[in-house]
Design a protein around this ligand. Structure first.
Ligand code: ADP
Ligand code: MG
Length: 503
């Protein structure tokens, strides 16, 4: 049984100088559905949202809400008709209380008195299962809870449509699950939710339907369960699909095992991985697979000495070396792109150029800074090589898109010319086009003789890129798969069957 259509958009067009952001797009939202709006960066998703909510005026087309034509001139009008919107950046006031953030500044605020406001906030928080007190300062809540409070503010009592434009970008796995619980609760109440995210696995976890846009045009509308992930990607990317399906592992599957580029025996760290052996050959790409928390990141951090090492013997090209600090590792020709781009990777306030030269500068020593000219030459070289989209090398890195920030961090490590490069989740949270570019880059680097470790939560991505997968569970290695054995279900089987037999 099809449920009722709440919102219908027909033949919507919107142009900006020089770009047709929306070209005759149709979109339908039903009652009680979670509808993922998908498309690469620049596809027109945010513009479509802004046309609904009255931020932009459409050039052409018709929008109906419950069959009535609408044409909101301001976001407040949309909010008053029960359309709530939450953007990626939380736009609340950190110094105000939770309740104040929920009600203050609302054009039809239902409350005047403080106590009444707090009571009302308590009710709403409770009914939505949000773990916060009305009187606590917003800043004292976790990011996820703040995000939920933004939603609580948006949903109002009689919200009919909730729009979430990339709300999960800065949330961790637990926080995402809390947000999903809230979304499911609202769905139960009949709210229609438009959900924009770069995380494909989230789309498959939570959405009922998917609408795909590409270059401002509608590609189609699909039931989530009947659209395989690879097809979704191909619809988002269009002709680039060729690249992704033919993306092939270069190089030999069986490597010369005489002298590995890196060889570690009994590696361990304070982060608590079980002592493990690991070696990688020249030109090899290996991956560490396993569920979240299985010890993938802790293992590579032990290799790079990013966490304090507690044991192990390391050889580089057969020669015994000491790696006690990341700087030792770098000087031995190892590079490491950390999982947490925001926390460990980018330096927000520095320019693209300064972010690119950082690792090389660390190796050289901060007392011998590169000349501005030299830094510029390095930066320009890699902006070109990696196709980094930035106005200039001088632009602050924080104003770039996530995918381009990630390329800057990659450039930082490539500039050090490592023999062994570790990439921990380099494609997480970035657009599909850049993902494919990074996968291709990994294969090209391997073909040129670099050894790489490539970790991704998306197993299919590792399968396309790696010649060998090390499978981890509960902080130890439980299996290894290579070559033609590599399928997603094999990896799952090893994870399911693996585990400690000696306890
Ligand atoms: P998405 O959200 O899917 O990444 P957008 O809707 O933000 O895409 O952008 C669609 C296109 O419209 C892009 O080419 C973008 O550069 C352009 N665009 C969006 N907003 C504006 C604006 N305010 N002025 C000029 N161009 C814009
Ligand atoms: Mg957008």
């Amino acid at each position: 049984m099809l449920s009722e259509t709440i919102l219908e958009m027909k033949d919507i067009s919107k142009s900006f100088p020089g770009v047709k952001a929306l070209d005759s797009v149709d979109f339908k939202l039903r009652k009680g559905e979670i509808h993922a709006l998908m498309g690469e960066n620049g596809a027109g998703k945010s513009t479509l949202i802004k046309v609904i909510t009255g931020v932009y005026e459409k050039d052409a087309g018709l929008i109906t809400l419950y069959g009535e034509p609408i044409n909101f001139k301001t976001p407040e009008e949309a909010q008053n008709k029960g359309i709530g919107t939450v953007y990626q950046e939380i736009t609340l006031c950190p110094n105000l209380t939770v309740a104040e953030n929920m009600f203050i500044g609302r054009s039809h605020s239902p409350v005047i008195k403080w106590r009444q406001m707090n009571e009302k906030a308590a009710q709403l928080l409770d009914s939505l299962g949000i773990p916060a007190s009305p009187i606590q300062e917003l800043a004292s809540c976790s990011l996820a809870v703040q995000q939920m409070i933004a939603i609580a503010r948006a949903v109002d009592m009689d919200c009919k449509i909730l729009i979430l434009d990339e709300p999960t970008s800065s949330l961790d796995e637990d926080e995402v699950q809390k947000l999903f619980t809230l979304m499911r609760e609202l769905k139960e109440r009949g709210v229609g939710i438009i959900f924009i995210t770069h995380f494909l696995e989230q789309v498959y976890e939570i959405s009922d339907r998917i609408t795909v846009l590409r270059n401002g045009k509608l590609v189609g509308e699909y039931e989530t369960i009947s659209l395989p992930q690879i097809e979704l990607i191909s619809k988002m990317l269009g002709n680039v699909l060729e690249d992704i399906t033919t993306l092939k592992k270069h190089g030999p599957i069986v490597f010369d095992t005489s002298t590995p580029v890196f060889e570690g025996k009994g590696l361990s760290s304070t982060a608590g991985v079980r002592p493990f052996d690991f070696a990688i050959q020249k030109g090899e790409v290996n991956g560490f697979a396993g569920l979240l928390g299985s010890g993938r990141s802790e293992s590579v951090r032990a290799i790079f000495a990013a966490d304090k090492t507690t044991g192990g013997e390391v050889r580089m090209k057969g020669k015994r070396v000491k790696i006690k600090t990341p700087l030792h590792a770098m000087k031995q020709g190892i590079g490491y792109l950390p999982e947490d781009r925001k926390g460990d990777g980018i330096i927000e306030d520095l320019s693209v150029r300064d972010n690119i030269i950082l690792a090389l500068q660390v190796m050289k020593g901060f007392f011998k800074p590169f000349s501005k000219n030299q830094a510029q030459i390095f930066a320009d070289e890699y902006i070109g090589k990696l196709n980094i989209k930035t106005p200039t090398a001088n632009t602050p890195i924080k104003s770039l898109s996530g995918g381009n920030q990630q390329k800057v961090i990659l450039a930082r490590w490539l500039l050090t010319n490592p023999e062994y490069l570790i990439l921990d989740e380099p494609t997480r949270g970035i657009d599909v086009g850049t993902k494919v570019e990074i996968q291709k880059l990994v294969l090209n680097l391997a073909a040129s003789g670099m050894s790489l470790t490539f970790i991704s939560s998306e197993i299919d991505e590792m399968i396309r890129t790696c010649t060998r997968l090390i499978v981890m569970k509960d902080r130890e290695i439980v299996g290894e798969l290579r070559g033609s054995e590599l399928t997603e279900s094999d990896v799952m089987t090893v994870i399911a069957q693996g585990g400690r037999t000696h306890e």
